[in-house]
Design a protein. Structure first.
Length: 214
């Protein structure tokens, strides 16, 4: 058995990461959970103007990035490797030219555990209002993002607000990236209709392969 303590994955796989894979799941997986507005604008507010994407640095309203350890015998059993990263993009008002940034009322909160099978589970909760919105709910989530020990399957379950769009992206040690579309937003130019969607939840329950199991 190889020594999985080596951070050089090419050396760990004997310089052949194509044929010499890690069937025991002794690898870290990058997880990104992102909320974004696919439209160019909603009323006076600038959107992110993009489709679903596997890209690592796509523009989003809110993006949460974590590195997870799939092997429960490593990292002292902890799921999180390092500190979660949270990026909140400024909201631009096209009428005033002003940029402002949301500060809640609940900034993204990340916790991590393992389920009864030892799989990594990352929970992300947030409630992020438009900074010019002072009441009611903003972009919200309460989701569990899971990766099995072999790093061959990712899943997302929980709830998100009905606006905006949400996606989860996974990056495995062999360089593969997988994006799971979670929700398409309501296509409307009305801030009132868009805001109405923020007040309701949509249940999410999706599973996707991350790479071929061997």
């Amino acid at each position: 058995m190889f020594d999985a303590g080596d951070y050089n994955l090419f050396r760990y796989c004997h310089n052949d990461p194509i044929d010499n894979v890690d069937p025991m799941g002794l690898e870290e997986v990058d997880i990104e959970f992102r909320a974004f507005i696919s439209q160019p604008n909603v009323g006076p507010y600038r959107g992110d103007n993009r489709p679903f994407s596997t890209g690592a640095n796509e523009r989003s309203r809110v993006a949460v990035s974590v590195r997870s350890e799939t092997d429960p015998s490593r990292n002292n059993g902890r799921v999180l490797v390092g500190t979660p990263r949270v990026a909140v993009s400024p909201t631009h008002n096209n009428n005033t030219g002003k940029d402002s940034r949301s500060n809640g009322p609940m900034q993204p909160r990340v916790t991590a555990t393992r389920d009864n099978n030892g799989n990594a589970v990352v929970n992300v909760q947030m409630n992020m209002r438009n900074p010019e919105q002072h009441v009611l709910r903003g972009i919200s989530s309460n989701v569990n993002i899971s990766v099995n020990q072999a790093a061959t399957k990712g899943s997302v379950d929980g709830s998100v607000s009905r606006n905006p769009s949400f996606e989860a992206a996974f990056g495995t040690a062999d360089g593969q990236r997988t994006m799971i579309p979670l929700q398409n937003e309501t296509r409307t130019q009305s801030p009132l209709l868009f805001g109405a969607g923020l007040q309701f939840d949509r249940k999410i329950e999706v599973i996707a392969p991350l790479k071929d199991a061997r």
